[in-house]
Design a protein around this ligand. Structure first.
Ligand code: PMP
Length: 419
């Protein structure tokens, strides 16, 4: 059945898909009939344990009953008003109560829109044009950030996207992740509006910040009057309610959010200091607008998701699953005498075979990607779905119970023994 749908898709979509990483599942992507808890059910009748989880948003697993109920209630009241609703106030207040840097918020519809707007805001606020970004960090699919981006841009080797004016490419300065010397040199010699960073990289596999990296960025950006932008589209509400900034206790000027704050529906947000956010239209002159901004369905799913995160042990379950599976992998790879490293934080991890450490994108590029794909493919046959690219994150959710962990570990044991 998936094969037949795929043939139709190839006639309709470039490369058969609407977002490139989906085509990395070979020989063709499976089509999903239903998602429930930790599982995806394909149109071919297969049940898969899901470690992709919509590429991050589904920290409660698929179709969480509470979130589903709240979405249904909202659907009964209509789903687009073109005027404010109470739900946007509730979600913004939740974000402000948890995310330390968030004094004010602007809702948009994707992480891409959020980082695009945060960069425009940094430029408008500082009256400078250049942005510093890090090799392998992915900030979405817009012109300002598609230079040496991770995720599918690295998977498909599109380190500079076609179609972006040279004048825009020239406004982006690159440093390697964890390289504070490069950051200092750049801030000293160039007029940088903002430094945008994934506080934990989730788009070259998982890569953690060195002990002093985020603090160093905070001090340097302050010293050189440039804004620090944390792109917490993945880490926001995943590392905990206060995101990476709470986890590492480093407070940026601007924060971009997405994924989890929409509970699986489309969303993005820019949050930050009041005096910066107030530069947005209509109170300021940095333009942003959106037909679907703060749409009631996304707001509702986001509020409901955060309510569950606030009131249950969802984080404990998700974190435990990631720890137990990565510990088992550690043991399995060690027994095989493979050179490898596993990077994990809370409910996100990735393994890299053939390298001893991965602290920046260059290290990640040295990993044995063919072997990663082989493992992905063998796992899929055994009913376990990890991302089809080395340059993505394995996520766990509160639906990844002991039973689900055991199914997964069994599959990993078989696969690693065969390689
Ligand atoms: N920033 C980061 C850190 C991301 O991981 C992503 C998406 N994976 C984005 C921005 C873009 O978000 P979206 O896909 O919702 O546009």
């Amino acid at each position: 059945m998936s094969e037949i749908l795929w043939r139709r898709a190839l006639e309709l979509f470039a490369g058969g898909v609407n977002s490139p990483v989906r085509a990395a599942v070979k020989p063709y992507p499976f089509y999903v009939e239903k998602g429930e808890g930790a599982f995806l059910y394909t149109v071919d009748g297969q049940r898969l344990v899901d470690y992709v989880l919509g590429y991050g948003p589904l920290i409660l697993g698929h179709a969480n009953p509470y979130v589903k109920e709240k979405i249904k209630e909202q659907i009964d009241k209509g789903w687009l008003y073109g005027t404010p609703s109470k739900k946007e106030i509730e979600l913004a207040e939740k974000i402000r109560s948890h995310i330390p840097s968030a004094e004010k918020v602007r809702f948009v519809n994707s992480g891409t829109e959020a980082t695009m707007l945060a960069i425009r805001l940094a430029r408008g606020y500082t009256k400078r044009e250049k942005i510093l970004k890090f090799d392998g960090n992915y900030h979405g699919a817009h012109d300002y950030a598609l230079v040496s981006a991770g995720s599918a841009a690295s998977e498909y080797n599109v380190l500079i996207s076609g179609g972006i004016p040279t004048s825009i490419l020239n406004t982006v300065v690159l440093c390697k992740y964890n390289d504070l010397e490069c950051v200092e040199k750049t801030l000293k010699t160039e007029q940088i509006a903002g430094v945008i960073v994934e506080p934990v990289m989730g788009n070259m596999g998982v890569i953690l910040p060195d002990k002093d990296f985020l603090n160093g960025l905070r001090e340097l950006t302050k010293a050189y009057n440039s804004l620090l932008i944390f792109d917490e589209v993945i880490t926001g509400f995943r590392l905990g309610l206060s995101g990476a900034q709470g986890y590492f206790n480093v407070i940026p000027d601007l924060t971009t959010l997405g994924k989890i704050i929409g509970g699986g529906l489309p969303i993005g947000a820019v949050a930050g200091k009041k005096e910066i956010i107030d530069n947005l239209t209509p109170s300021g002159k940095v333009f942003n607008a959106g037909t679907f901004n703060a749409n009631p369905l996304s707001m509702t799913a986001g509020v409901a998701t955060i309510e569950v995160l606030e009131t249950t042990n969802a984080y404990d379950i998700a974190n435990k699953a990631a720890k137990e599976i990565s510990d088992e992998l550690n043991a399995l790879f060690s027994r095989k005498n493979l050179e490898f490293t596993i990077n994990r934080i809370q409910s996100m991890f990735q393994f890299f075979i053939g390298v001893k450490k991965v602290t920046n994108a260059d290290d990640a590029r040295l990993a044995n990607r063919e072997l990663y794909i082989k493992i992905h493919e063998k796992l899929l046959k055994l009913g376990v779905f990890i991302p089809p690219s080395q340059f993505e994150t394995i996520f766990t959710s509160s639906a990844h119970t002991d039973e689900v962990i055991n199914i997964t570990i069994e599959a990993f044991r078989k696969v690693v023994n065969e390689i």
